[in-house]
Design a protein around this ligand. Structure first.
Ligand code: GDP
Ligand code: MG
Length: 147
């Protein structure tokens, strides 16, 4: 039982504060919400994505009509990339974020409180264990993650 619990507690996800979140000065607010919930920030960096990185990050959306806009947007300025750790953090972060369309996101969520447009929805979070692992590896080397 204890061993199972320990494995679950170590669940990790990938989170990004998108360019508009950084530009609007919402980094501190978002980190506060994540930390106050109880998740641990185990890796964090500021970077500006290259087109190649952005296309890899959003590979699942390659065929979508908004893909070009998405890549333009995510490469438009610096972002904050993070690895978060805690029990149930993958779905828990998605709950803190709120719905993809901020007009449908509940008040109290990050998107619900700070955004109005889908294309400017401030925050990204991996949506599954497979996505979390893929995205963490895209942005961080193992030695950059504090265990
Ligand atoms: P998420 O997992 O909640 O971020 O949503 P998705 O994985 O479905 O989409 C990825 C990102 O693409 C979203 O966060 C939006 O920023 C953007 N996006 C999704 N749908 C649209 C759209 O119809 N138009 C535009 N401009 N961006 C979109
Ligand atoms: Mg997604």
């Amino acid at each position: 039982m204890l061993e199972r619990g320990m494995v679950v507690d170590k669940e990790r996800t990938f989170c990004m504060i998108k360019p508009e979140g950084v530009a609007r000065g919402l980094v501190g607010e978002i980190l506060t919400r994540i930390e106050h919930k109880g998740y641990r920030i185990v890796a964090l960096k500021m970077l500006r994505l290259t087109r190649e990185m952005a296309e890899k990050h959003y590979a699942e959306h390659r065929e979508k009509p908004f893909f070009r806009e998405l890549v333009e947007h995510i490469t438009s300025g610096p972002v904050i990339a993070m690895v978060l750790e805690g029990p149930g953090v993958i779905s828990g972060l998605r709950k803190l974020m709120g719905a993809t369309n901020p007009q449908e996101a509940a008040p109290g969520t990050i998107r619900g409180d700070y955004a109005l447009e889908t294309g400017q929805n401030i925050i990204h979070g991996a949506d599954s264990l497979a996505s979390a692992e893929r995205e963490i590896n895209l942005y961080f080397r193992p030695e950059e993650i504090m265990g």
